[in-house]
Write a new protein. Structure first.
Length: 326
């Protein structure tokens, strides 16, 4: 009995099986794996601190207190960190696409940020631009070789997104004026620092039911802001004829019939082709691209039309029988 109550690892003698079990579970439990802590290198500390200040303060700090060698060393560290980052976004620090050698590298700086940095290799160097979304608009910036300037671009795009999301007007004119005001005010922060944002935008229209993806308009610069907003109003008016909110292939037919959806698509399709044609794109090429995209959803749309016509025939037959009995 004493042998049963004695710990075989250290010789501890327990008064009961419970006390022996508690001893083993506490004194001889497996050691927890050490959790990786934040890097303590100088570049990592500087990188975290620089992200906490505004672009104007960052520019003044780097130009006044950092030498050119120190700035280049920090930039090299950021680029090396980009290459060493994993494709998982669980850390919330850097997110890189899977096929790095085939597509431009995309990096989201923070988990809360909707904008991302895009790396493009040019010769022996690289150019960095920022992309983001603000409501129904997709935002783009110019490409620069400076990482810190591109990080400022991301903050500009996030500022535009927050401004548009905060107002959320119901009418088209109010939404257009809110976006116009946010676009004209946000880049002024970096322009005072001597950084040209080169902001442009495109309109995003949901069209997954018809072509399996969103439709993207041509890019419009800030100088052509009125033209871009007019294109958005035309596309939105054509799309809003039917249900625009989140839905799937089953719930969308509860709000609009397949016939109504096809009629709305004819109008939206024509407006989309006209806008690209006005931007200088060949109409035939745009129509060919739409035909290829429509081919991926054509079978489902035809099936929905056949099911709808069958339901209409059954409904008319039942109505006819009721009227005949009367």
């Amino acid at each position: 009995l004493c042998q049963l109550l004695k710990c075989g690892l250290c010789g501890f003698e327990g008064d009961s099986k419970l006390s022996l079990w508690m001893h083993v579970s506490q004194a001889h439990r497996p050691q927890n794996v050490r959790v990786k802590t934040r890097s303590r290198c100088v570049e990592a500390v500087l990188y975290r601190q620089l992200r906490l200040i505004t672009p104007q303060q960052r520019h003044e700090l780097l130009s006044r207190h950092f030498t050119e060698t120190q700035r280049k060393a920090l930039e090299r560290w950021i680029l090396a960190r980009r290459d060493a980052a994993t494709s998982s976004s669980s850390s919330g620090t850097l997110t890189i696409g899977r096929h790095l050698g085939q597509v431009p590298r995309s990096i989201s700086l923070t988990r809360q940020s909707a904008a991302s940095l895009i790396w493009r290799s040019v010769g022996k160097g690289s150019l960095i631009s920022a992309q983001g979304k603000a409501g129904p608009f997709r935002l783009f910036t110019s490409a620069v070789p400076d990482v810190l300037a591109a990080m400022g671009f991301v903050e500009v795009l996030d500022g535009i997104r927050k401004r548009v999301d905060a107002e959320r007007p119901d009418d088209l004119d109010g939404a257009g004026s809110a976006f116009e005001q946010a676009v004209r005010e946000a880049p002024s922060i970096l322009e005072r620092c001597g950084c040209a944002v080169g902001l442009s935008f495109a309109v995003v229209i949901p069209a997954k039911y018809w072509v399996g993806r969103e439709l993207l308009s041509p890019r419009f610069s800030v100088a052509n802001l009125k033209v871009g907003l007019k294109a958005w109003q035309r596309l939105h008016s054509a799309r809003s004829v039917v249900h625009c909110d989140v839905s799937n292939r089953h719930s969308i037919h509860k709000r609009n019939s397949p016939v109504e959806l096809e009629r709305a698509w004819l109008h939206l399709r024509q407006e989309y082709i006209n806008i690209w044609s006005e931007a200088g794109k060949d109409r035939c090429q745009i129509e060919e691209q739409l035909l290829r995209l429509e081919g991926t959803r054509l079978a489902y749309r035809l099936q929905a039309l056949r099911a709808h016509s069958s339901e209409e025939r059954q409904r008319s037959r039942s109505t006819h029988r009721c009227s005949f009995k009367r």
